[in-house]
Design a protein around this ligand. Structure first.
Ligand SMILES: [Zn+2]
Length: 458
């Protein structure tokens, strides 16, 4: 597909293979750090989802934001994860190739306009546009060479700050896993050996993944009316820093890629099927294209800047989508009864796998802890790898892949676990108020809110 017609969403990494989530990550909660500007629209407007702003000004700011992001993408290959807006804008960005110095000035000027517009309107749209612009400015400054402390970086880019962690809690989870898989070898080797015994044989990958995604889709369609032409393609690839990726193509179509650099464990099929597909990234992209870009005509949603507040909802909803779709013991039951036989694996190990994943989920936030220590230069690369082996229960090879992910995507790692927690808490609050969980989840997917907005939404 055309480069700029591709919308991609990130995915899961091997660093988190110990978790039960689709990505490499784990899960937890975090404090959010609201921005200075007014963002009251989020909490209030989430239920009405309308836009009281005067359209023209916001439309122009939105257009300039898209063009700014496209221009930044010329300097930073990871900046634009997906774009399906006017082709001529993308071409102009490449042709003009504006300097980073100019782009930083443009971003600062645009942030002033976006802040004023948000102060005037206080709408969901203006609030997010302001935060998106602030994140773009910060990322441009980083590409220019500025460095921010880890917490400041995640606050600026994702509107989230990870809590400080009590490492003894990670050690408690490790003790639990140690009891589950007794032996003399180092624990990460025992975990690796057990999980490797549940790898999907290469010649069964296609069949297992097709079955898993089909079930994720079937369950999702019981609750949502997706466009009739929505579809996806599945590909197996190698030599990537992630374990799975959704490259949204526009037109309600996704390209879902699964990385086979390492053996893929049986429980990852449903994880990735939900995370990358239904009701995760593919579904989210379809909703955005249909509702925000199509129905509302909000052009800023023709682009997905990866290092932006949208990523909290993207990764958080994709990971929470697994437990929404397979609540309680339904996931392990489906895997045991359908996927294990399909892969030729012994279903007798399903119970132990579930227990391992349950205990490993308590280590999900260790990733944030390690990334912060490493990026803030409190530990060196070798120590970051060692910590990833210890808290991620991974082989050195997988741990190195996890550290490469951190080096590439930096604070993005917290979107998987903190994002999941924020989305789960939101849906739980709505459910307590009597709303159906799938309905609450759809509201979240179709309402552009940053992390602090979601946390303050009633
Ligand atoms: Zn993802």
């Amino acid at each position: 597909m055309r480069i700029f017609a591709a919308l991609a969403l990130c995915l899961a990494l091997a660093a988190c293979s110990g978790e039960k989530t689709a990505s490499p990550s784990t899960d937890n909660t975090a404090d959010s750090a609201p921005e200075t500007a007014a963002v009251d629209g989020g909490a209030e407007a989430i239920d009405q989802n309308d836009d009281p702003a005067s359209g023209d000004d916001l439309d122009k700011i939105a257009e300039d934001f898209v063009k700014l992001a496209l221009a930044a993408g010329v300097h930073d290959a990871a900046f634009v994860d997906a774009y399906n807006g006017p082709e001529e804008w993308a071409e102009a960005a490449k042709t003009e190739a504006r300097s980073l110095e100019d782009l930083e000035q443009d971003a600062q000027a645009l942030l002033i306009r976006a802040s004023r517009a948000n102060a005037d309107t206080g709408s969901v749209r203006s609030s997010m546009l302001e935060k998106q612009t602030r994140a773009a400015l910060a990322r441009i400054q980083m590409v220019r060479g500025d460095t921010f402390p880890f917490d400041e970086e995640t606050r600026l880019l994702y509107d989230v700050v990870a809590p400080q962690y009590d490492v003894s809690e990670f050690h408690n989870a490790i003790s639990e896993i140690n009891d589950l898989l007794p032996g003399d070898a180092p624990l990460h080797e025992r975990v690796d050996a057990f999980r490797s015994s549940l790898a999907i044989p290469e010649d069964k990958l296609q069949a297992v993944f097709e079955a898993a995604i089909a079930e994720c889709r079937r369950r999702t369609l019981e609750h949502y009316d997706l466009p009739e032409d929505e579809t996806f393609r599945l590909e197996f690839v190698t030599d990537q820093p992630w374990s799975g990726y959704n490259w949204y193509q526009g037109g309600h179509e996704s390209l879902i890629q699964v990385n086979t650099d390492f053996p893929i464990m049986i429980d990852r099929a449903v994880d990735l099927g939900c995370h990358e597909g239904y009701p995760g990234h593919h579904t989210w992209n379809v909703f955005i294209e249909r509702d925000l870009l199509g129905e509302k005509g909000w052009i800023e949603y023709s682009i997905y800047p990866l290092f932006s507040p949208m990523s909290v909802t993207a990764e958080g909803s994709a990971n929470y989508g697994i437990e929404l779709t397979f609540p309680g013991a339904e996931k392990i039951a489906f895997e045991r009864d359908v996927l294990f036989p399909l892969a030729g694996l012994d279903p007798a190990d399903a119970g132990k796998l579930e227990a391992l994943n349950e205990a490993s989920s308590k280590l999900s936030h260790a990733r944030n802890h390690i990334a912060r220590a490493y990026l803030d230069e409190k530990v060196d690369r070798e120590e970051a790898i060692r910590m990833t082996m210890e808290f991620g229960l991974q082989s050195r090879e997988r741990a190195e892949q996890g550290v490469r992910f951190v080096e590439t995507y930096r604070g993005y790692v917290l979107n998987y676990n903190i994002g999941r927690d924020i989305v789960a808490d939101y849906v739980a609050r709505k459910a307590d108020g009597g709303m159906d969980r799938w309905e609450a989840f759809e509201t979240l997917l179709t309402t552009p809110l940053s992390a602090s907005d979601i946390q303050s939404a009633k």
